[in-house]
Write a protein that binds this ligand. Sequence first.
Ligand code: GDP
Length: 452
Amino acid sequence: MNRKRHLSVVLVGRPNVGKSTLFNRLTGRRRAIVTTVPGTTRDVIEHPAEWRGRHFEVVDTGGMFGKSHDPLHALVLERGRRAIASADLLVFVVDGREGLVPGDREIARVLREADRPVILAINKTDDRRSQAGALEFYQCGFDHVHEISAEHGTGTGDLLDTIVELGWQSPASSPGQEREHASADEVGIAVIGRPNVGKSSLVNRLLREERMIVSELPGTTRDAVDALLMWHRRRFRIVDTAGMRRPGRVARSGQIESVSVLLARRAMESADVAVLVVDATEGVTDQDAAIAGEAEEAGCGIIVAANKWDLMKGDGRDRAKEFDEELKRRLKFLDYVPVLHISAVTGERTPRLLETIDQVAAARTTRVKTSELNTLIQRVASAHPPPSRGRTETRILYAAQTAVAPPTFVVFTNVATQFHFSYERFLVNKLRESFGFVGTPIRLKVRRRTRK
Ligand code: GDP
C-alpha cells in the first residue's frame, strides 16, 4: 500500500479508565466504533481525527492492557508492545479518581522504554475524588500531563493541542531526522576544538595508550571514520576522526573557524561526551567559547582538556590556578565542567582523561529517584520560593525527571510556565549539589499543571 500513512496516536491504559470515551471524544464519534484494522486483533480500533488542520489516526488499544488478572500476561503484553511499536505518539490514560495503582506503573514503565513521545492524560478529573489522586500521577515521569474529563470534554482541547504540537515535531513523523546513536553500552566521544590545539595529537595519543585495543570502523555519520577503543571493559568510540587525520588542512582563518564549529557540531551529533581541547599556551578564545556553547546545546557531556601543558611549566608560577580562573571567566555557563591539564605530547594526565570521560558519561545517564527529587525540590522551594508574578503565588507542585542523556527535569507549578532564568539556574545548581551530574548539562522545563 502506497498511501501516505497518517500520524498514529495510540491510547493506552488499563480497562475502564475511559479510553473509549476519550477515543470518541478525540475522533468526534458518538457511539462505539467497530472498524477493525486488517491484520490486527479485534481489540484495536482506529479512526481518523482532525485538529487545527492536522490529520491523524487515533488508535484505541481497548482491553489489551490489564484485561487478564495479571497485567503482564505474556500474550497481552506482546500485543500491547506491538501496538506501542506502531505508534508515533502515545496517550497514556489513567483514572484520576482511583489514583495511581500498580497496573499504571507497569504500563508507565513499558511506555518509558518505547522511545516515543508520551502524553499522560489524567481522566475523570471532573470528579471531586480526583483532587488528591491526580497529583500522584506526576511521579510517573512524563513530560506532558493533562488533567481532563473525557466525559465532559474538559481539557481535551488542550490535549489535542499537545498532540498536534508533539506529533508535528516528533522525529518519528519525519523519518531520517532521527539522531544516530552509538550502541547503548558504548560511550561516543567527540574531540572538538580550534585548529592546531592538538586534537589529532590527543586522539593519536589515546589510541596508543597502553592496553588499548583499537579498531577503525565506519562512522555513525556519513564520510566519518570512528575509532573504537577498549578501556577497563568500557567501549569508547571516538567519533568522526576523519577530519583530524586529513593532512595539510589549509584555509583562510575565517574559513577555518567556521569549519571547526561545523566539524564539532557534526561529531557531537553522535557523541555522549565532548572533549573540548584548548591550547593552554594561548588561553581561552571566543572561538573556544562558541564551540563550548555548541556542546552545551547538543546536550553532550563536556570536559575541557587544556592541552600543551608541557609548555606551561618552568617559571615556578601556579599556572593551573590562573588558567582555570580565566577559563571560568570566559566560559561562565560551563561551571560544572571538569578541567584537565594535559599534554598530548608527553601523555601527561591522558589516562585521567579517560577516567573522567567515563564519569561524565555515567553522570549524563543518571536517573534520580522521584521521591528523593521531590524531597529536595520541596525543601529548596520552601526555603526559596519561586518569584511570583502578579497576585497569584507561584508554587512548585511536583518535579519529575523525564529523561536522561542529558538529564531532563520537569517542574509542575500552579501558574508559571517559565521561571526567571536565575531561579532556574538556582534549581539546577541545587540538583547538582545533591546528585552530582559532573560535566553534564541539565535541562529544566517548567509546566503549569493543567487543571481546569
Ligand atoms: P589539531 O589541528 O587540533 O588536530 O592539532 P594537531 O594535533 O595537529 O597539533 C597542532 C600542533 O600542536 C602540532 O605541531 C603538535 O605537535 C602540537 N601539539 C599538540 N599537542 C601538543 C602538546 O601537548 N604539547 C606540545 N608541546 N605540542 C603539542
